[in-house]
Design a protein around this ligand. Structure first.
Ligand SMILES: Cc1cc2nc3c(=O)[nH]c(=O)nc-3n(C[C@H](O)[C@H](O)[C@H](O)COP(=O)(O)OP(=O)(O)OC[C@H]3O[C@@H](n4cnc5c(N)ncnc54)[C@H](O)[C@@H]3O)c2cc1C
Length: 418
């Protein structure tokens, strides 16, 4: 079968890999000249089932509303005359109950655990490396009060099978000597030993090269998807800047842009962009940097160690498709980074970046067949797309092949995960 994958981010590229392994003739259509030039170019670097808690929660409801008025928070909401944003917000707010939080987190954890097995198997099979580290991730809190309340969600994930260790500050520094200088500022946290870290850009670029060389996948770079040519109950071709491209099956993996295409053809796909910022900085003194990934849950900053670099990431900003950034957008991130790892890096050497999370109101990605007989979705991975990409690609390939998926799909397939 000829399968067209729209978008060469980590999600589309992983799907292309599994589809090609199944023997399909795969073409990936991407507007940029290379893979991973959208959101997958940078992120916090966490491959983290431990971060599977959905964003929509009773406390997120308060933070979201506060974010409208106070733009100094980690979450910023700029009200816009955009009916699509309004509709997304209403659906997000409906997910902000304890019951929906639990249900969405349960589905995400199941997929994230499966995805971890998939990325590790893929990496072993292909030799694709990505500055990976398999030393776990620390999620920590500054005050005893936030530690007491903040560990609830992790305990819930633990009940569902995520191995975790609740740690005090001494054990935390034993696990992460890089945090020794900040020991007294941290009350304690959660250690998730099976979490990993790595560079999604490296992974995606190398996987796309592997797919081209070893599996015969064709990447049409510099080609913009403009629309779908629909005939009855099927998509006949994808309209692109290089003309129509016909296919037997089409997969939408356009990241934050997925909803823009889907809604023109009656596909209910409430993916909205949520902006975040990263800074990637060479370590001046490697012994002062982190040895594993982490998240400062009170300052809302996540970080990872990528080879001899540190990656800092923060902020959730509702500001449409704006990908611009200014130096002041990184001020709080650098302040926290230096507070945690004094002397480790020189911020003037940072590569600064901003990107858009493809966010569903429920935080659960959409995977499966939608509306047309041969149209598939693999998108909406939100804050966990790097973690989940290989699991969702494998699941998508199973669905396209009509095979029984290896993972329990309850609450996961398109139409059930809202
Ligand atoms: C600050 C930040 C921190 C994050 N941290 C983490 C983390 O630690 N762990 C984690 O798991 N996830 C994290 N994420 C989320 C993760 O990076 C994303 O979920 C993931 O990269 C999304 O991948 P994607 O392939 O769906 O989208 P993208 O990478 O954006 O890929 C979509 C592709 O489609 C292309 N495209 C769009 N429109 C068109 C068109 N019309 N024609 C042709 N091509 C088109 C784009 O150019 C792009 O290449 C973070 C995100 C941000 C912003």
């Amino acid at each position: 079968m000829k399968v067209l994958v729209l978008g060469a981010g980590v999600v589309g590229t992983a799907a292309a890999y599994y589809l090609a392994k199944d023997g399909h003739e795969v073409t990936v259509i991407e507007r940029h000249p290379m893979a991973a030039r959208g959101t997958s170019y940078s992120n916090a670097g966490l491959v983290s089932p431990g971060d599977a808690t959905a964003w929509a929660s009773p406390s997120a409801l308060k933070t979201f509303l506060r974010g409208i008025f106070n733009h100094d928070l980690g979450i910023k909401v700029r009200l816009r005359l955009d009916p699509y944003f309004f509709a997304w917000s209403m659906r997000f707010l409906r997910q902000c109950t304890q019951e929906r939080l639990r249900a969405n987190s349960r589905v995400k954890l199941r997929l994230a655990l499966y995805a971890r097995e998939c990325i590790n198997a893929l990496s072993a099979d292909t030799g694709v490396g990505y500055d990976e580290r398999k030393r776990g991730i620390l999620y920590f809190f500054r005050s005893q009060q936030s530690l007491d309340t903040g560990t609830d969600n992790y305990r819930f994930l633990a009940e569902l099978g995520l191995p975790i260790e609740i740690v005090g500050r001494d054990r935390l520094v034993e696990l992460e000597p890089g945090l020794a200088g900040a020991r007294d500022k941290i009350a304690g946290g959660v250690y998730s030993p099976i979490d990993q870290t790595g560079d999604s850009r490296q992974f995606t670029e190398r996987l796309s090269a592997y797919c081209t060389e070893k599996l015969g996948v064709e990447f049409l770079f510099g080609t913009t998807v403009q629309g779908l040519d629909i005939e009855g109950d099927r998509v006949r071709a994808v309209m692109t800047s290089a003309g129509p491209v016909a296919g037997d099956a089409i997969v939408i993996s356009l990241g934050p842009e997925s909803g823009l295409l889907g809604r023109r053809y009656g596909v209910d796909l409430p993916v909205y962009p949520v902006k975040g910022y990263t800074a990637t900085i060479p370590l001046e003194d490697e012994s002062k940097g982190p040895t594993m990934g982490g998240a400062d849950e009170d300052q809302l900053i996540a970080y990872s160690r990528l080879g001899n670099r540190i990656r800092l990431a923060s902020t959730a900003e509702f500001t449409g498709f704006d990908r611009t950034f200014r130096p002041r957008d990184f001020a709080a991130m650098f302040r926290t980074g230096k507070d945690l790892f004094p002397g480790a890096f020189d911020e003037s050497k940072a590569e600064l970046w901003a990107g858009l999370r493809p966010m569903m109101p429920s935080s659960v990605p959409v995977i499966g067949r939608a509306r047309y007989r041969n149209l598939y979705l693999d998108t909406g991975h939100g804050h966990l797309g790097w973690t989940i990409s290989c699991g969702s690609g494998k699941l998508l390939a199973d669905i396209v092949a009509g095979r029984k998926p290896e993972i329990d799909t309850q609450g996961l397939l398109y139409g059930t995960a809202r």
